[in-house]
Write a protein that binds this ligand. Structure first.
Ligand SMILES: Nc1ncnc2c1ncn2[C@@H]1O[C@H](COP(=O)(O)OP(=O)(O)OP(=O)(O)O)[C@@H](O)[C@H]1O
Ligand SMILES: [Mg+2]
Length: 283
C-alpha cells in the first residue's frame, strides 16, 4: 500500500466530484482485497485509441471511475460505448493508451479470464443463461471457478456459498423462482438472473451494456432500484439509451461521440451542453 489510510471523516460522499479527475473521489468503501485503489479510483483509462482497419472507434479517450461510483455512459449509435467495454474486459486491445483496474491490474497486458477473476464482471445485452438449468443452478454454476457444468454441479456448495446465492436470489427478486428452469423466465427475469450470475462472483466493477433494453416499465424501475442499491459496495458502468432510466440512477454521466468524450457531469449539466444537444439529444 502506497497510500495512507484515509480518516473516516474525510470520506464523505462527494458525488459531484466522483470520477471526474485523476484523483477521482472514492465514496468511502473498500474496494476489496488484492486491489489497490489509491485516490479512490477503480478504473483509469487514459488516451485510449482503438482502430479497426483504419477506422477510429476510440480516440484519445480518458475516463476515470471512482470506487463505488455509478457511472452512466451515453452517446449515439456507433459512439464507441461497447468498444469501451471491450477494452476494459480485454476483448479488444487498444492501439495505444493506459488502462488500469485499481493500481494493480494493467488491463492492456492481462487476458480476459484474468480480468474477470481480478473483479470486473460484464453483462452483455442478450441474456446468456442456461435455459435447461434452474435459476439456482445457474447461480451455482456462475459462482464456481471451474466452468465445467457437470463438475460444478456435482461439487458440494459450502454453507457460505449457499448463503451468498440465497442473498443474491433475494436481491434480484427471484427467490420464489429458484427451482424453475431459467428458460421459463420472462425476458426481464432472465436479465435479473444474469445480473445475479455476476453478483455471486462478487465483482468490484460491473459493466452493464443496455441493461433495460426490452424491459417493461416495472422491470426498468426495479433495475434502477437494484443498481442504486449495488453502487457504493460495487462500482458500476452502465451504458444505456433510455434517458429516463439514466436520470433515475446516474451520479455522473459521460457522453461519447465518435469515439471521444464529448461531455461529462451530472445528467442535467450534459443535457444543457450545446455540443451534446447538437450531436445527440436534440436529434
Ligand atoms: N470489431 C470491429 N471491427 C470493425 N469495426 C468495429 C468493430 N467493433 C466496432 N466497430 C465499429 O466501431 C464503432 C463503434 O462501435 P460500438 O459498438 O462501440 O458503438 P456503440 O456506441 O456501442 O453503439 P450502439 O449504441 O449502437 O451499441 C462503430 O462504427 C462500429 O461499426
Ligand atoms: Mg453498443
Amino acid at each position: 500500500m502506497r497510500s495512507a489510510p484515509i480518516p473516516e471523516m474525510l470520506i464523505e460522499p462527494i458525488p459531484d466530484a466522483a470520477g471526474s479527475a485523476r484523483d477521482a473521489i472514492g465514496l468511502g468503501q473498500s474496494a476489496g482485497s488484492g486491489l489497490n485503489t489509491r485516490h479512490g479510483t477503480i478504473l483509469t483509462l487514459e488516451d485510449i485509441n482503438v482502430s479497426f482497419d483504419g477506422f477510429k472507434a476510440l480516440t484519445d479517450l480518458t475516463l476515470y471511475i471512482g470506487v463505488g461510483e455509478l457511472r452512466c455512459i451515453i452517446g449515439p449509435n456507433g459512439a464507441g460505448k461497447t468498444t469501451l467495454m471491450d477494452v476494459i474486459t480485454g476483448k479488444t486491445r487498444p492501439n495505444s493508451g493506459v488502462a488500469f483496474f485499481g493500481e494493480t491490474f494493467d488491463l492492456t497486458q492481462i487476458g480476459e479470464v484474468e480480468i474477470a477473476q481480478a473483479g470486473i464482471g460484464r453483462k452483455f445485452q442478450k441474456p446468456t443463461v442456461f435455459e435447461a438449468l434452474s435459476v439456482f443452478e445457474n447461480l451455482e454454476l456462475a459462482q464456481k471457478t471451474d466452468k465445467s457444468v457437470w463438475a460444478s454441479l456435482r461439487a458440494r456448495l459450502s454453507g457460505e456459498q449457499r448463503d451468498r446465492i440465497d442473498e443474491v436470489l433475494a436481491t434480484i427478486h427471484l427467490d420464489a423462482s429458484r427451482q424453475r428452469p431459467a428458460g421459463l423466465l420472462s425476458h426481464g427475469q432472465k436479465q435479473f438472473l444474469e445480473i445475479g450470475m455476476l453478483l455471486v462472483q462478487d465483482p468490484q466493477l460491473l459493466l452493464l451494456d443496455e441493461p433495460v433494453a426490452g424491459m417493461t416499465d416495472a422491470e426498468t424501475e426495479f433495475t434502477a432500484e437494484l443498481f442504486k442499491s449495488l453502487a457504493r459496495k460495487h462500482s458500476l458502468m452502465v451504458v444505456e439509451h433510455d434517458m429516463g432510466f439514466v436520470g433515475s440512477i446516474a451520479d455522473h454521466v459521460t457522453v461519447l461521440h465518435q469515439g471521444r468524450v464529448l461531455a461529462e457531469g451530472s445528467l442535467d449539466a450534459v443535457q444543457a451542453n450545446e455540443k451534446v444537444i447538437e450531436v445527440y439529444l436534440g436529434r
